[in-house]
Ligand binder design. Structure first.
Ligand code: BDR
Ligand code: CA
Length: 312
């Protein structure tokens, strides 16, 4: 199995990225690290524990707490899109607590222990990853692959017209991460190309609901707020770019088109803060951007995943 770490701002689709890591036998999920993002930090931690519990893996995969704020800017909520991120479900009194080890330290340690092998799946703002880059000069060389959900190749954002949330919230962190020199950075961006393949319309949601498992009910409920929001803004269903990113870390053959780019982040712009500039003419490429995926295969995978009943 692939040694995996998921860095997450757990709400809605992040929960299902965690389930990919927790339940897919191709993954050896070593840690979940929490970063400030979509909804309040403590709510996100509860959402992560709720998800680990539903996967029947409490006590097996540690949850580490990381940055509660972006590097230099104030935190920005996206609760208007996600609600509480789990559709009002409450974490049961499971008796489990986060690890005493800080998220950034855990990340640094695991990269060292699995030198050249660890895949990090980053599906929130890049604050923790940037802090690890700054703290350990060997971190970058130790990481095998870094999968980032963020940015927009066609300059089509979600939090602003020009910027995608994960990058917009902490553009300085994103700048540090993309300039750091990681050997293998794979970007799954918020673009028509990528999100179209990861959008679940009402018919797909109905097929998931019909599975009538604990996980399928969780899926419908936790993604209802994003479904409503994304439908209102014309996306036609809920988008599942985080779970897609986790799955790509286990199976790159899901990508049917990808290109190398030099990716730079706009940290200053008045209208374009957090925009990702993908230079297709550079001789100094730093990322591979996924441009098309097999959306049917992704949906079928999620149907199978959500159709299982993990032992509690
Ligand atoms: C990102 O923010 C959230 O909506 C998703 O979890 C994803 O990580 C998309 O902008
Ligand atoms: Ca996320």
């Amino acid at each position: 199995p692939i040694p995996l770490l998921i860095d997450t701002d757990t709400a809605a689709d992040d929960c299902f990225a965690l389930l990919v890591g927790l339940l897919d036998p191709r993954a050896d999920l070593l840690a979940i690290t929490m970063v400030a993002g979509n909804v309040g930090f403590d709510q996100q931690v509860d959402n992560a524990f709720l998800t680990v519990g539903l996967a029947g893996r409490l006590g097996e995969v540690p949850v580490h707490l990381g940055a509660r704020d972006p590097l230099v800017r104030p935190w920005l909520s996206a609760s208007d899109v996600h609600g509480d991120g789990v559709g009002g479900l409450k974490r049961p009194d499971d008796g489990h607590a986060p690890s005493d080890e800080d998220a950034v330290d855990a990340m640094i340690r695991l990269a060292k222990e699995h030198k050249g092998e660890l895949s990090i799946v980053a599906i929130g703002p890049l604050t923790n990853i940037a802090l690890a880059v700054q703290k350990d000069p060997e971190f970058v060389a130790n990481v095998g692959s870094l999968y980032v959900m963020g940015g927009s190749i066609n300059a089509r954002g979600n939090i602003t017209p020009a910027a995608e949330y994960n990058i917009y919230v902490d553009p300085e962190a994103a700048d540090i991460v993309f300039s750091a020199g990681f050997a293998d950075v794979v970007v799954i961006s918020w673009d028509p190309l990528t999100i179209t393949d990861a959008v679940f319309d009402q018919e797909r949601i109905d097929r998931i609901a019909a599975l009538d498992t604990t996980l399928s009910r969780f899926f419908v409920r936790a993604n209802q707020a994003t479904f409503d929001f994304d439908s209102r803004v014309g996306i036609g269903g809920s988008s599942h770019c985080d779970s897609l990113t986790a799955l790509l870390a286990l199976d790159r053959s899901l990508a049917t088109a990808e290109s190398r780019y030099r990716l730079e982040v706009e940290t200053e712009g008045t209208r374009t803060r957090g925009a990702t500039v993908f230079d297709w003419q550079s001789d100094d490429n730093n990322v591979t951007a996924i441009e098309k995926v097999d959306g049917e295969r992704f949906f079928d995978y999620m149907l199978t995943l959500l159709g299982t009943e993990p032992a509690a």
